[in-house]
Design a protein around this ligand. Structure first.
Ligand code: ADP
Length: 369
């Protein structure tokens, strides 16, 4: 390689670098703006080249979620040119994109004798790291909040029972012990949910599929859930002929329990309908309620882990925002789909699909239930 090639090579490396790079000359005008900077900051080179640093900062600030802070930080960063100082900003999404978190650092560019001949800025996409950080703190706060409530209750009732100075009659003792038992179940449920979620995320959720009569399964879950509410009535609408499905019955029970549990939690009263239809090679199961419904912009988001439409009301009814994420993981492990629709009146309808168990491994067709 000759020395003549070096400048071109360096330019190409800068052009194709995974991080965004901006270079300013001594007059603080942009002389270089690579493709990555254009993508990260959503500003094409054509609109930025030759512009003054102050104007460029203004355009970036205009796209940031906190324009004033971003403007001030970038100005100060460019003045200080301290490469150890990172500035973070959230760049607003384009219509079909998500917001992006960009970290920037500014540096001085010097000639051989150490005189400053320009400045540069490096832009790095840190969205993944920040999302992971946010997820971790969300997980910690949810888990500690969720665990604390039942733990406090168990501790309180156990301490009360152990008091030497008070003699509780047998009925009261049994009441307290029942609460301790229920709260212990709640703790187990939370821990099971976390374990399920981590298995789903690792792609390691095991499902033991077997041909199953969906009618019995639905009836069993509904009978159990009926006991949990007096304000609701259940309508089970199943076709006369219902072929068997190829599912892990324990896991699908878990999905149904969660959907019906949500229907109870998020509707004060009224009808809860569990219906089933056969559609080509699959069965579509639906759970509808007459509750508050889900705002249209959140219809997909409710299946994300920890997402809750209304933190306040959810805190009131209790919940960790994991149920639907687990339900989706389970249904996808059955090669099915799960989604939610807004009912035309009020309330919501969750639907999921299950594969039919047409042929067993021995080649025998599996008949109706
Ligand atoms: P959790 O109920 O523990 O908060 P889920 O993952 O089961 O978590 O549900 C996520 C969110 O979706 C709930 O917090 C609630 O805001 C919304 N949601 C779920 N089911 C319903 C429903 N049937 N009606 C209205 N909102 C619902």
């Amino acid at each position: 390689m000759t020395n003549d090639l070096a400048p071109q090579l360096i330019k190409n490396v800068l052009r194709d670098l995974g991080d965004g790079v901006t270079l300013f000359d001594a007059d603080q005008r942009v002389v270089f703006w690579n493709a990555r900077a254009a993508i990260l900051l959503r500003l094409p080179a054509a609109t930025i080249l030759n512009q003054r640093a102050a104007d460029v900062i203004e355009q970036i600030a205009a796209r940031a979620s906190a324009p004033n802070t971003t403007r001030e930080q970038l100005r100060a960063g460019l003045a200080a040119r301290d490469p150890a100082r990172w500035i973070e900003m959230e760049i607003a999404p384009d219509s079909d994109d998500a917001a992006r978190i960009v970290a920037a650092r500014c540096f001085g560019v010097r000639d051989e004798r150490g005189g400053e001949i320009g400045a540069g800025m490096l832009w790095r996409d840190v969205t993944r790291e920040r999302t992971a950080d946010a997820m971790k703190s969300q997980l910690l706060s949810t888990v500690s909040h969720e665990l604390r409530t039942p733990l406090a209750s168990i501790k309180g009732f156990a301490t009360t029972l152990l008091r030497q100075d008070v003699k509780w009659d047998e009925a009261t003792q049994r009441d307290f012990l029942r609460i301790i038992e229920e709260e212990t179940d709640r703790l187990t449920e939370i821990i099971d949910n976390l374990l399920d979620m981590s298995q789903i995320e690792a792609g390691a959720l095991r499902v033991a599929k077997e041909p199953t009569a969906v009618r019995q399964l639905i009836r069993a879950v509904v009978d159990e859930m009926r006991m949990r509410t007096e304000a609701h009535y259940f309508v089970v609408d199943l076709p006369a002929e219902l072929p068997r499905v190829l599912i892990d019955p324990r896991r699908i029970r878990q999905v149904l329990t969660n959907l019906i549990g949500n229907a109870i939690k998020y509707s004060a009263k009224g009808q809860i309908t569990i219906a089933c239809e056969v559609e080509n090679d699959r069965v579509v199961v639906s759970v509808s309620d007459q509750g508050e419904g889900i705002p249209p912009q959140y219809l997909d988001k409710v299946f994300e882990r920890f997402f809750q439409v209304d933190g306040a009301s959810t805190r009131r009814v209790g919940g960790s925002g994991l149920g639907l994420a687990i339900a989706r993981g389970i249904i996808e492990a059955h090669d099915g789909k799960i989604w939610v629709e807004r009912a035309t009146g009020q309330g919501s309808t969750f639907r999921f699909t299950l594969p039919l168990a047409r042929v067993e491994s021995n080649g025998q067709a599996v008949g109706n239930e």
